[in-house]
Design a protein around this ligand. Structure first.
Ligand SMILES: *Cc1c(COP(=O)(O)O)cnc(C)c1O
Length: 361
């Protein structure tokens, strides 16, 4: 019955204090006479949770009413097409083709217009992000779409690309709120909740208010940002329990971690521990990403030979380190060390790596 260290890419580990608070609020949320799952989304209790969650998120990242915070069904994948229906709409857009998720975002959006790779890392097996000088931007593009962190390959932008004034759209599913950022550089940012902020099935969307003017008429209502904004994410019954958990994660980030600056420091430290273990292994562990583009959220690497790799994952699991198998499309090992992965978990992984190499290296 013990809780393992869960290195899974998502649904991923959540902060233990959040899980414990949720447990304390079952079966009765204080004052509500029932649990959050059982009360109306129009109730005072839930509306307060929704409002507070949006306010806490905005204050963590430092925006006010010039941005809308939405909670949308269908996760990040739904956003691939939703953003295209709203903002591509038969026209052209540029995509930074930096990994598996960028491929999917570009392909799905392509049903609603012309999507084109302004840069592609495919020929090099997606080991790095582009530099600004490498971007081949189309002056007629409606927007530029980026994936800030490629979850499968384990590469991450160190800073926003310069997109020459075009609206910048960002799939931040696997590094949302992992460090401070300047929200004003983005017209749209979205993240599947299950990596860094909550349970699966919902995307958190940050949309610059002026973008609404571009939304065409008569889209299916749940896929229309205008409708979602006008109804405060409640055109249908939203995933109330998920929003409640996201709210708890926001409080945890603010009160227990101390905000995004602190979160970033902690994440950089955790990532450095694993990358040091790789770099100091004399080649027994081999990182996938080029060093300057390494993700601080998803650490991807190979172990010894193939047989040792399988053994590594198997023995790690027995030692309480779960979810380390790399994505089926790239193989190897992937340690997802999101915001909620405690330093002790990373320490346990590094100790395990050293011991495994001592025995098998
Ligand atoms: C996980 C992930 C997605 C897909 O998220 P869903 O919520 O499953 O749709 C999209 N983009 C990135 C970068 C991801 O890591």
């Amino acid at each position: 019955m013990e809780r393992v260290f869960n290195f899974s890419a998502g649904p991923a580990t959540l902060p233990l204090p959040v899980i414990e608070q949720a447990k304390a609020d079952l079966p009765v949320f204080p004052g509500a006479g029932a649990s959050i799952m059982e009360i109306s989304h129009r109730s005072k209790t839930f509306l307060k949770i929704l409002e507070q969650t949006q306010a806490d998120l905005k204050s963590l990242i430092g925006v006010s009413d010039d941005y809308h915070v939405l909670f949308t069904p269908g996760g990040a994948t739904q956003q691939f097409t939703m953003l295209a229906m709203n903002f591509l709409a038969g026209k052209k857009a540029d995509y930074l083709h930096v990994g598996s998720w960028a491929s999917k975002a570009m392909k799905d959006a392509g049903r609603f217009g012309t999507t084109r790779a302004a840069w592609s890392g495919k020929a090099d097996n997606f080991v790095r992000m582009p530099g600004d000088a490498e971007l081949d931007l189309d002056p007629e593009a409606e927007y530029v779409h980026m994936t800030s962190n490629e979850t499968i390959q384990g590469i991450q932008f160190a800073a926003e690309p310069d997109v020459k004034g075009k609206p910048l759209f960002c799939d931040a599913s696997s590094d949302f709120l992992c460090r401070p950022f300047d929200p004003r550089k983005y017209a749209l940012m979205y993240a599947g909740a299950q990596k860094n902020v909550g349970p699966s099935g919902t995307a958190v969307v940050l949309l610059r208010a002026d973008m609404l003017e571009r939304v065409p008429a008569n889209l299916p209502p749940l896929l229309d940002y205008k409708v979602l904004v006008e109804n405060d994410s409640m055109y249908n019954t939203p995933s109330t329990f998920t929003i409640y958990i996201i709210g708890l994660v926001m409080k945890w980030l603010r009160d227990e971690i101390g905000g995004l600056e602190k979160m970033g420091e902690l994440n950089r430290m955790k990532a450095a521990m694993v990358y040091d273990a790789i770099d100091n292994s004399g080649g027994f562990y081999r990182g996938h990403a080029e060093k300057a583009h390494r993700s601080i959220m998803n650490v991807t690497f190979r172990v010894g030979n193939e047989e040792q790799e399988a053994m590594f994952i198997d023995q790690a699991k027995k030692a309480g380190l779960d979810g380390l198998k790399g994505h089926r499309s790239v193989g190897g090992v992937r340690a997802s060390i999101y915001n909620a992965m405690p330093v002790e978990g990373v320490k346990a992984l590094c100790d395990f790596m050293a011991e495994f190499q001592r025995v098998n290296g």
